[in-house]
Structures are given as C-alpha cells and as structure tokens.
Design a protein around this ligand. Structure first.
Ligand SMILES: [Zn+2]
Length: 211
C-alpha cells in the first residue's frame, strides 16, 4: 500500500457504537477511575449480552465521584445507587459493596444516546451510546450460560473474523447497530459507511484485492 499525501494523522481508538436506546442485559468487563477537568469519574466498561453472540457490543458508563482531590461517594450519587442495587440483591450493606463486586453479577441496564457534551449539542454522526443506569441485578454472572459470557479477565476480542481494513473502503469501524447491506444480518461494524456482516466483509476484501 502506498503512503502519500493522503495520509492523515492516525486515530487513537474510536467512538463507542450507537445503538437503539432502551433496556439491555449487560456485564461489567472492567472499571477504572479517571480524572478529567479536575473531577474523578469511575468508568465502567460494559459488555451487552445480546442474543447473537457475534455481536459483541461494549459501552462505557460513568459515575461521578466529585473533585479529584477529594473524591467521595455521596449517598445521592449514581455509584451509591448502583451499590444499593447490589446490596438489595445480596442483602448486604451498600457502603460495603466494593467496585469489584460489579464484575460478579449481570444486570438489566438502561442505554441512552449521548447527544451533547460540555460544549453543546453533538452532530448525529458524533453521538454514541452509554450505559446510563443499572435498573436491577439480573443474577450471578457465574450462572450465565458459557456462550453468552465474555471472558472475565481479558477484554473481549470484539471483532474476530472481520478484516481490519478493506482496500478502497478503509478501516473497520464500530458503528451503530444496523444491518449488513448485502444480506440484512445485524451488525455493528462498517467500512466507510458500508455496514457489513463478517461474511460479506471478507467477500468484499477478496473481491477488491483481486481487482
Ligand atoms: Zn452480509
């Protein structure tokens, strides 16, 4: 592949996908505290449990812990509410629910679309989905069937089987949940706006290589 004047500065990561807002089942893959603009946020990385196990959609969820210098869990905060959800399920004490406990259950969650940031409204192409809230604890993660379970320790290899790039179309992109434009199979991956399932992504790769 020739690299010339068309080269851009490379991207780091990508926007999370945008899917239909609503209720989903999900598990927590990992959590990480992040300081932004002087505030501490606890980031939750969620994996949705979708009937089609080829669809491995990950979304973030955020709990604000106040100023980074003095983070704390306020009783009215989202994190306290999420701890109460677990404590209700386990008959435990909300204040004693550690962050790692979130990885031992699956949850019914509400997903919403982020339509604005601190600077104002987001253009539709820049909107994405987040896990807004935990509605209830569904059960213990260890009781889920094996095929619906993402690996506990590693980040899911979300895009197994998809070519990382298709000549003439460009790199694989996580996208809003839509349908393959050639066979109608649900997919959340696309190449420059062309939504493709894993089969047709690979066919397209071969077709374009051979030209
Ligand atoms: Zn297809």
């Amino acid at each position: 592949m020739s690299r010339g004047e068309d080269d851009l500065i490379s991207w780091d990561g990508d926007l999370p996908p945008r899917i239909d807002p609503g209720e989903y089942n999900a598990v927590v893959l990992w959590t990480k505290p992040v300081d932004r603009y002087g505030n501490r946020t606890l980031t939750f990385q969620w994996r949705l449990l979708l009937p089609d196990s080829h669809e491995q959609i990950e979304l973030a969820g955020y709990c604000n812990l106040g100023p980074a210098k003095h983070p704390k869990i306020r009783p009215g905060s989202k994190l306290a509410s999420w701890q109460r959800a677990i404590a209700d399920f386990t008959h435990g004490t909300p204040k004693r629910v550690p962050t790692k406990a979130f990885k031992t259950f699956w949850f019914r969650v509400r997903v919403r679309t982020v339509t604005r940031n601190a600077k104002g409204p987001l253009h539709p192409r820049d909107q994405y989905s987040v896990v807004d809230d935990i509605l209830s604890v569904g059960g213990k993660r260890s009781e889920l069937s094996a095929d619906s379970l993402p690996p506990l320790d590693k980040r899911a290899t979300a895009i197994t089987g998809y070519p990382s790039s298709i000549p003439g179309l460009g790199p694989l992109k996580k996208d809003a949940l839509s349908r393959c434009e050639q066979c109608d199979e649900p997919t959340s991956f696309s190449y420059r706006g062309h939504a493709l399932c894993v089969t047709h992504a690979n066919k397209e790769l071969i077709n374009r290589r051979d030209k």
